[in-house]
Design a protein around this ligand. Structure first.
Ligand code: HSE
Length: 380
């Protein structure tokens, strides 16, 4: 296998190191944006050199972002080259186009490192969904935010300082808003819902609440009630179709989710024949993510051609039947929130059970008058 590596940042550098030790594949080019003398003749700054070279059979894309990643990946697929990508934004946004191009051109399109970093989540989900209907998935799907929340619980760390640390460790996206606002998790949910349920969700339809506004007083409120703050991506097969959403939760202190620390992820599915299975591991970082990209290359070498599923039914998620109480902290006045209030929790309130749809609709309204609004679902 001759690989054109698009990008040589945290993950790309890891791919380079791992491939160097293998005899079944080699990196022929590395696309770089700035001069990188240490890469010697491998470094090219013009993507066309890679995309037009018939010797390159596989492109590994770790640039991130939508453009020019989309243009490069689309061109690679059109040229019949296999593509492996760690770019969940690209996959969630251009799903249909890229999978269609891969099929038309007989190329493989794989993105195992895009969800769960080093966890072999998508490949296992692919396997299980063949035989064992997936009823639900949920989990900690972002290393940066877990690292932040864990540090806030353990050391009372300051949000901005610990975010800077997560960036320095190579966990965060180039624009960390994607992490702290939950968009990175939303994209991982979209990919997961497709492989699990055959559903095609779009970014506009999956509601997201992030942790940008979480404060020490919220962490204290969770702890005072025997809980730990985490942020989860969730998806479920329902009578009406599919529920899907992203939100912080106050998980029970004894739950598996509460025990997940640092940059670790834990994603679970519940299936008809096996019940719960959980996948735990490093969800972000150089070698975990790079390792999963190289695994995809090995799968392609061994003959994998298809995407993880062929099913792509466009579905708009319906979150009206999913309900649980919420912790809400806001300075905004809201009759709806007053009516739902059950208890006072520190500087916030605990609501009666609200549907996820009601809670996220309320959040969208309250954020307009209170940019510091924070909420978390109460889940066991
Ligand atoms: N920024 C992502 C995270 C990288 O923190 O989980 C891995 O997808």
């Amino acid at each position: 296998m001759k690989i054109g590596l698009l990008g040589c940042g945290t993950v790309g550098g890891g791919v380079l190191d791992i491939v160097e030790k293998r005899s079944d594949m080699e990196i022929k080019y590395v696309l770089v944006r700035r001069p990188r003398p240490e890469l010697g003749a491998l470094a090219v700054s013009d993507a066309a050199v890679i995309l037009n070279d018939p010797e390159v059979d596989t492109v590994v894309e770790v640039l991130g972002g939508l453009s020019p990643s989309f243009e490069y990946v689309a061109a690679a697929l059109k040229a019949g080259k296999n593509v492996v990508t760690a770019n969940k934004h690209l996959v969630a946004h251009y799903y249909k186009e890229l999978i269609a191009l891969a099929k038309e051109n007989g190329a493989a399109f794989r993105c195992t490192p895009a969800v769960g970093g080093g966890i072999p989540w998508l490949v296992n989900l692919e396997r299980v969904a063949r035989v064992n209907p997936v009823k639900e998935f949920w989990g900690i799907m972002n290393g940066t935010t877990n690292f932040i929340l864990d540090a806030m619980h353990k050391n009372g760390a300051d949000f901005s300082a610990v975010l800077a640390q997560a960036q320095a460790l190579g966990y965060a996206e180039a624009d960390p808003s994607a992490d702290i606002d939950g968009l990175d998790i939303q994209r991982k949910c979209i990919i997961t819902a497709n492989v699990a349920f055959g559903a095609m969700l779009s970014e506009e339809d999956v509601p997201v609440a992030g942790i940008r506004n979480v404060k020490a007083c919220d962490i204290a409120a969770a702890e005072a009630h025997g809980r730990v703050c985490r942020i989860l991506g969730c998806g479920k097969k329902t009578e009406k179709g599919v529920a899907a959403y992203v939100e912080p939760v106050f998980a029970a202190a004894g739950s598996l989710e509460a025990a997940v620390d640092k940059n670790f992820n834990m994603i679970s599915f519940d299936t008809e024949y096996t019940g719960r299975e959980s996948f735990y591991g490093q969800g972000a970082g150089r070698y975990p993510t790079a390792y999963n990209a190289v695994e995809d290359c090995v799968d392609i070498l061994e003959g994998v051609k298809s995407f993880y599923t062929d099913k792509m039914e466009p579905v708009s998620p319906d979150n009206s039947a999913e309900a649980h109480p919420y912790y809400v902290r806001t300075s905004a006045k809201s009759a709806g929130l007053d009516a739902a209030k059950a208890e006072v929790w520190g500087e916030g309130v605990l609501t009666k059970p609200l549907s996820v749809k009601e809670a996220h609709d309320m959040a969208a309204l309250l954020l307009k008058s209170d940019p510091g609004f924070f909420m978390a679902g109460i889940k066991d």
